[in-house]
Design a protein around this ligand. Structure first.
Ligand SMILES: *[C@@H]1O[C@H](CO)[C@@H](O)[C@H](O)[C@H]1NC(C)=O
Ligand SMILES: *[C@@H]1O[C@H](CO)[C@@H](O)[C@H](O)[C@H]1NC(C)=O
Ligand SMILES: *[C@@H]1O[C@H](CO)[C@@H](O)[C@H](O)[C@H]1NC(C)=O
Ligand SMILES: *[C@@H]1O[C@H](CO)[C@@H](O)[C@H](O)[C@H]1NC(C)=O
Ligand SMILES: *[C@@H]1O[C@H](CO)[C@@H](O)[C@H](O)[C@H]1NC(C)=O
Ligand SMILES: *[C@@H]1O[C@H](CO)[C@@H](O)[C@H](O)[C@H]1NC(C)=O
Ligand SMILES: *[C@@H]1O[C@H](CO)[C@@H](O)[C@H](O)[C@H]1NC(C)=O
Ligand SMILES: *[C@@H]1O[C@H](CO)[C@@H](O)[C@H](O)[C@H]1NC(C)=O
Ligand SMILES: *[C@@H]1O[C@H](CO)[C@@H](O)[C@H](O)[C@H]1NC(C)=O
Ligand SMILES: *[C@@H]1O[C@H](CO)[C@@H](O)[C@H](O)[C@H]1NC(C)=O
Length: 834
């Protein structure tokens, strides 16, 4: 008796389990449905969206604003209740949902712009991002819309951040975060051009652009196992008369084993189609074309759903499928995919190249092969947008590096895997050095600051030699979002007496973080036109590029529409301030050369330190800063641009930069190359030598422009006539000659005639040597030989400056990219060190 009862219970349990697992094709592990702004739970069909209050544990926002409307303007849609309430965000706010099953997750966001008290939601303008991807940028919905995304989550939480654009606000009516089956999008897509397999779909963030049920009815979430919406195709047909529909076969659709499933698309999609409006007459030949709007500069994933409910005999109907003008399936026999079975579902996936046109056309047409049954059909189509190379689904906006907490683990792993044991030891060493520095400073860094000091440890103590490839990528996670409150504290509430500089961007304050670190805090002027772009550029550039001779970014703050950048503090200010217009003590020639070399190194690194050259665009003495040891660092990357791709030679762009330093060729042709920076650097060299403004309108006409005037004297070989009076008699003629020649070459009319930053660096190093060493034979020959001659002499040279060899040593060590250069000089340095 007992056994029988247990058995019965067991059967029931199994039955219930069976129901739970198989009734709906897929059971999501994580599911968050929130009706934002709603005072109570909302039922849509049989699903419940929780109230705003119940969701508040997931939300962090500076202000509580719940809005509602009684507007009935969206009554037709079955989920219209979700649009009746909204939450308004006046500052950056985020939902943080714990994710138990990593992998693909649907995000659906509902927006409806109604008017609530002083908020006209139509004027909202904001961006939405996750830790890894920008989903919507400068988004300003004008109608009731639902945006659907699939993202790949491999962290413990999914954080969805709403950030109001400049002086605006954000809102949201409802949020859905639901696990998606990983089998939904696999790696099997073909790339259309160049043809081949497309790899990497797994890591894509995806936005739904169109999901169409060809020849069939509108399907809403109740009709789809994954709650997708499918719309009818009529609106997309280029010529409605070319098409007819067949929707009689819904009941007979077969899903093959191991192929399409109800989760891929429901029966109603496969059981209806749009076909050619013909009767198989082989003399008739035309295409049925659908047209969709897409955004230029993105790739699209296309899924074409087929199920042959048109033919009566297998292998007779052959069709052509076109994507724009590419024929992606020529003389294609649909029944070849289903082992000759008719009315059987299958699908094909493609990835388009970057869209260069706002329209995407999908066409089907009959094969021209003789004997084929002349017809063509399509049952369903999905068009999904893939994120761009910056991880964004919207323009050029990229996710601020501090958002990407989820990726830290990966970086660690990649570093671990790719560099192996020797560098693991190095890491231990770095940690050790860091630890020691921390101890020495006795500053009690809080936890958040550790990565910053890690960066400090690398760039100052170890030199950047090791950042090549490894820490540079890790460094992109090292800039920190700093709370506004901390910035206020650091600057004594933006004390005007702490202002150390004022620029086009805004004011620069001196500040002290609560751990004692001195910082420079640049507060963007919210009214500055280009402010936001420059703000982003600067964060991106400085997070990616870390170098001993580039000013490092410690953090930033974008709370409350602020644009605040926090840099390492540069004790000795700008190079310009040490040259003229202040009563600071004059710099020695050796110091000036070292400064120029430092700046040249920073620029050389920008130009060559990554696959794509970075062009600074605003090289000037006011953008070269000096730390407490007069070590030069290049600053102000707000105008920087990625240089040309390998196959191009320049970047076309509006002319920006500073008057007096501007490359005339760039000015004429609006084409930017690294050589534009070389030109500006040439002007800086002259400024450093002559210690006068680059443009001085108070001087006689021929003297106004320093570059023109000095080049004239250089050509006459009389540059010594116009140098800073403090330097007169202190520069060795050879050193000055080398320096003058270098500056002149930098200022060549055409970019091609100018040296690279690496050459400039080399020549400046040489000028230093010429200053220090008495050379017996004036070296007219090429410089490599000169160095060869030089090095034995260095042995005998008696150093007066004890620190000099240390400086030399670190200089060589920090050089990332000028490898050949450092070899030449390491020889010198070694002998010097004895
Ligand atoms: C909702 O659930 C009820 C009972 O469980 C069921 O009869 C009904 O068909 C369901 N409705 C929808 C739209 O799924
Ligand atoms: C709300 O803003 C939209 C567009 O900005 C405008 O057309 C509409 O008239 C505004 N509504 C109200 C009530 O101000
Ligand atoms: C949204 O804001 C951005 C930047 O603030 C602006 O460029 C864009 O034009 C705005 N969009 C709308 C529709 O107002
Ligand atoms: C909003 O809807 C109206 C009418 O329904 C339409 O004319 C307009 O193009 C839509 N605007 C957007 C931005 O979708
Ligand atoms: C920010 O808003 C102000 C005032 O509305 C406007 O003048 C400025 O151009 C905007 N800046 C950007 C980057 O959109
Ligand atoms: C979609 O589901 C709704 C509710 O269950 C039902 O009334 C409707 O007939 C379904 N539509 C289709 C095309 O199956
Ligand atoms: C169908 O469209 C493709 C791509 O646009 C085109 O090459 C082809 O000639 C068209 N066929 C017919 C019959 O118009
Ligand atoms: C749809 O196709 C099937 C199979 O060829 C055919 O029997 C049926 O009549 C067609 N229905 C329509 C409405 O064209
Ligand atoms: C974009 O494609 C459409 C349709 O194929 C074509 O008419 C139009 O000329 C194209 N535009 C550009 C700029 O290529
Ligand atoms: C999308 O972003 C990921 C990183 O999030 C990147 O690996 C991938 O290359 C991007 N996709 C494209 C098509 O650039």
């Amino acid at each position: 008796m007992m056994v029988w009862r247990v058995f019965k219970i067991l059967i029931w349990v199994l039955f219930i389990l069976y129901l739970a697992c198989f009734c709906k094709g897929f059971t999501p592990q994580d599911m968050y449905l929130v009706d934002c702004g709603s005072p109570s739970d909302t039922k849509v069909g049989n699903t419940t969206y929780i109230s705003d209050k119940a969701a508040s544990e997931y939300l962090s926002t500076p202000q509580e604003i719940l809005a509602s409307t009684s507007s009935n303007s969206i009554t037709s849609s079955s989920d219209s209740q979700l649009y009746q309430t909204a939450r308004i965000f006046t500052g950056t706010s985020s939902y943080k949902f714990p994710i138990t099953k990593t992998g693909r997750v649907w995000i659906r966001l509902y927006f409806f712009p109604f008017v609530y008290n002083n908020y006209n939601l139509s004027s909202a303008n904001f961006s939405v991002s996750t830790q890894k991807n920008v989903l919507l940028g400068d988004f300003a919905p004008k109608n009731a819309t639902m945006k659907e995304f699939i993202v790949n989550v491999n962290s413990e939480d999914l954080i969805i951040t709403f950030a109001p654009s400049n002086n605006s606000f954000a809102y949201i009516n409802a949020v859905e975060v639901v696990s998606a089956p990983d089998s939904l999008i696999t790696e099997d897509a073909s790339s259309i051009s160049p043809s081949g397999a497309f790899n990497g779909l797994v890591n894509q963030a995806i936005e739904t652009v169109a999901r169409v049920n060809m020849g069939g009815p509108l399907l809403s979430f109740e009709n789809d196992t994954l709650w997708r919406t499918w719309v009818n195709d009529q609106a997309f047909l280029v010529s409605a008369s070319s098409a007819s529909t067949n929707k009689s076969m819904i009941g007979s659709v077969k899903y093959p084993d191991g192929g399409a499933t109800e989760d891929i698309a429901p029966q109603t999609v496969y059981g209806t189609c749009t076909k050619m409006n013909s009767n198989g007459d082989s003399s008739i030949n035309f295409n049925v074309t659908w047209q969709f709007n897409v955004d230029i500069g993105f790739q699209y994933f296309l899924r074409l759903h087929f199920c042959d409910i048109v033919s009566t005999v297998a292998n007779e109907l052959l069709l052509n499928v076109y994507v724009n003008s590419w024929n992606v399936a020529q003389d294609f026999d649909p029944s070849s995919k289903t082992f000759g079975n008719l009315a059987t579902a299958f699908y094909m996936d493609y990835v388009t190249p970057l869209a260069s046109n706002n329209t995407l056309r999908i066409s089907i047409g009959p094969s021209s092969r003789s004997g084929a049954y002349s017809d063509a059909f399509l049952n369903g189509l999905e068009i999904l947008k893939l994120n761009n190379s910056m991880g964004s689904l919207s323009g050029a906006v990229s996710v601020p590096s501090s958002f990407s907490q989820g990726s830290k683990k990966n970086v660690g792993m990649i570093v671990g895997l790719s560099i192996g044991v020797p560098l693991a030891l190095l890491m231990v060493l770095i940690v050790f050095v860091m630890f020691r520095r921390k101890k020495q400073e006795r500053l009690g860094h809080s936890k958040t600051w550790i990565p910053i000091s890690l960066n400090g440890g690398i760039s100052h103590t170890m030199g950047s030699k090791y950042s090549n490839g490894t820490t540079v990528s890790a460094a992109s996670n090292l800039s920190y979002r700093i709370p506004f409150a901390a910035v206020l504290e650091a600057t004594n509430d933006f004390d005007e007496s702490w202002v150390i500089g004022i620029g086009g961007f805004g004011k620069v304050y001196k500040g002290v973080l609560n751990d004692g670190t001195k910082v420079a805090i640049k507060r963007g002027n919210p009214r500055s036109q280009q402010g936001l772009n420059e703000f982003r550029t600067e964060i991106e550039m400085l997070s990616q590029f870390r170098h001993r001779h580039l000013v490092s970014l410690i953090g930033y703050c974008d709370e409350k529409n602020e644009m605040i950048l926090i840099y390492e503090y540069m004790e000795n200010g700008t190079v310009k301030s040490h040259l003229y217009g202040s009563d600071l003590p004059s710099l020695s020639w050796k110091q000036r050369l070292e400064i120029c070399i430092g700046a040249a190194r920073g620029l050389h690194y920008l130009h060559t330190g990554s696959a794509k050259a970075i062009i600074h665009r605003d090289v000037k003495s006011a953008n070269i800063l000096l730390d407490e040891n007069f070590l030069a660092k290049v600053a102000d990357f707000g105008l920087s641009k990625s240089g040309p791709e390998v196959d191009q030679t320049h970047v076309s762009t509006a002319v920006k930069g500073s008057f007096g330093y501007l490359d005339p060729e760039y000015f004429r042709r609006q084409q930017l190359t690294e050589k534009s920076d070389v030109y500006s650097f040439g002007v800086v060299l002259l400024e450093v030598l002559c210690a006068r403004p680059v443009i001085d309108p108070t001087l006689p006409r021929e003297m106004v422009n320093l570059a023109e005037w000095a080049v004239k004297w250089q050509k006459k070989a009389q540059l010594d006539q116009i140098i800073d009076s403090n330097l007169v008699g202190k520069i060795r003629p050879d050193s000055l000659r080398k320096y003058g020649e270098t500056a002149e070459k930098c200022l060549a009319e055409y970019g091609v005639d100018r040296p690279s930053m690496g050459d400039v660096l080399w020549n400046l190093e040489y000028a230093v040597q010429l200053q220090e060493v008495v050379i017996q034979n004036d070296p007219e020959e090429n410089s490599t030989n000169a160095i060869g001659e030089l090095s034995p002499k260095v042995n005998n040279f008696n150093h007066t400056d004890g620190t000099s060899s240390v400086v030399e040593m670190s200089r060589v060590e920090d050089d990332l990219s000028g490898v050949s250069m450092s070899r030449v000089f390491s020889q010198l340095v070694k002998s010097e060190g004895r």
